[in-house]
Design a binder for this molecule. Structure first.
Ligand code: HXC
Length: 257
């Protein structure tokens, strides 16, 4: 596909997707959504690709949904077209997507980072849900995902005040998995993604699915979901190969079967 708002590049088994609307600090308009859904569909369908990295610029991962695009919309247009619902399809990507966040991740930008499987943050990253200052609220899952990630106290303070969290606070709060010097962010994210992409592919899908199930189930159901998938992995060639390789003290040679 021909992307208007993204740069998409393959680095070995990793797809690196860079948001590229610098004039608007990567504000997320309808074109960005179309481009991202297309890029993720290509990535998910490509057997040669095992993990994706989504990043922005040094200044902004994304400064939110495009305010200029939304400003004149009324209830009928928003509700009638279910305007932001397309973003939920982002989360249906089956292979892992890592967010590599430098600079601003605000509003929809923070929400998209949270739709990824985990967030690696540059030391310059700033996370916030400032929608209240525009007379609205998070609309792409932020009130739910931020609360699950950092708990009620911080989430409530952030959405009610619009205050930004820096990278160190975001790491303490559990919003990001790690903080990395800004100059190394993308290389480090690609390195992590390369390691994931070298894992047995079916096990990657299963591990992602079961962690996500923790947010949709109670403990008993979640543990049962895990056990079913775990048991299922014993029907794969890669389980036989992985355990044989361990015993024989050699690297596994995965078939994805
Ligand atoms: C459209 C945006 C934008 C946005 C920045 N720009 N954010 N355009 N939508 N969300 C544009 C600016 O208008 C400006 O364009 C250019 O990008 C550079 O931005 P500046 O403001 O000049 O940069 P700076 O002074 O460095 O300030 C950076 C900033 C600020 C603090 C990030 O841009 C800002 O506060 N942005 C809005 C953040 C926000 O409110 N996000 C939440 C959006 S609502 P021009 O043409 O003037 O040069 C949302 C809802 C999601 O996300 C859920 C659905 C409801």
């Amino acid at each position: 596909p021909d992307y208007q708002t993204l740069l998409v590049e393959k680095r070995g088994r990793v797809t690196l997707i860079t948001l590229n609307r610098p004039q608007a600090l990567n504000a997320l308009n309808a074109q960005v959504l179309d481009d991202l859904l297309a890029a993720l569909a290509v990535f998910d369908a490509d057997e040669g690709q095992g993990c994706a990295v989504l990043t922005g610029s040094d200044k902004a991962f994304a400064a939110g949904a495009d305010i200029k695009e939304m400003a004149d919309m009324g209830f009928a247009a928003m509700y009638g077209t279910n305007h932001f619902a397309g973003w939920e399809r982002f989360t249906q990507t089956r292979k892992p997507v890592i967010a590599a966040v430098a600079g601003y991740a605000l509003g929809g930008g923070c929400e998209v980072a949270m739709m990824c499987d985990f967030i690696l943050a540059a030391d310059t990253a700033k996370f916030g849900q400032p929608e209240i200052k525009l007379g609205v609220s998070p609309g792409m899952g932020g009130s739910q995902r931020l609360t699950r990630a950092v708990g009620k106290a911080k989430a409530m303070e952030m959405v009610l005040t619009g205050r930004m969290m820096d990278a160190a606070e975001a790491e303490r709060a559990g919003l990001v998995s790690r903080v990395i010097p800004a100059a190394d962010l993308v290389d480090e994210a690609v390195k992590v993604a390369t390691a994931i992409a070298a894992m047995p592919p079916l096990a990657v899908l299963a591990n992602k699915e079961m962690v996500n199930a923790a947010f949709e189930t109670n403990l008993t159901q979640g543990v049962q979901f895990e056990r079913r998938l775990f048991n299922g992995l014993f029907a794969t060639q890669d389980q036989k190969e992985g355990m044989a390789a361990f015993v024989e003290k050699r690297p596994g040679n995965w078939t994805g079967k």
